[in-house]
Design a protein. Structure first.
Length: 166
């Protein structure tokens, strides 16, 4: 039985392992990504990420992907010019850019049972997100995703906050 809520870090790997074979997430993991993208214009881009998660204790690799389309539908005039400098030089909380995106992501198997795109053996999600880039170099985002397979969560809410260092 699934709990009513939980923290979900990733959707990589497979879901068809036997209970005794599947180990808890290790304290020590390395995640690597190959990120490929193309800008079709200054407002529209597409990206594909190949994701590898390596459990340093067991040596098991889990694979996943994320792909998406992003469209910047608002850009402030001047694009934040005049706000150069270091840590929080600009105190402006004005929105510099708003971007809407859709994404598809999920698991693609592991190094033990092999690669698969079978929806009965992986978690798959389809989502939408909205990101705001502020003039003070802070990025805020909110998004949601719906599970496409029986092993996926029904819905996920994602919140993102970041700061761009220069």
């Amino acid at each position: 039985m699934k709990p009513a809520h939980r923290y979900i870090r990733a959707a990589t790997g497979r879901t068809d392992e036997d209970e005794e074979e599947g180990e808890e997430k290790a304290e020590h993991e390395i995640e690597t990504k190959l990120i490929l993208g193309h800008d079709f214009s200054d407002r529209f881009n597409v990206a594909f990420n190949w994701i590898n998660e390596t459990n340093l204790k067991s040596g098991k690799w889990e694979f996943g992907y994320a792909t998406g389309l992003n469209y910047t539908f608002y850009e402030a005039e001047g694009g934040g010019e005049g706000h150069e400098g270091g840590w929080f030089r600009s105190k402006s909380w004005d929105v510099e850019e708003l971007t809407l995106g859709i994404e598809l992501y999920g698991g693609l198997g592991d190094s033990v049972l092999g690669l698969t795109a079978d929806p009965d053996k992986t978690k798959q999600y389809l989502g939408v997100n909205l990101q705001a880039q502020l003039e003070n170099h802070i990025k805020l985002g909110i998004g949601g995703a719906f599970g496409l397979t029986s092993d996926s969560e029904n819905a996920i809410l994602r919140l993102v906050a970041g700061y761009e260092f220069e």
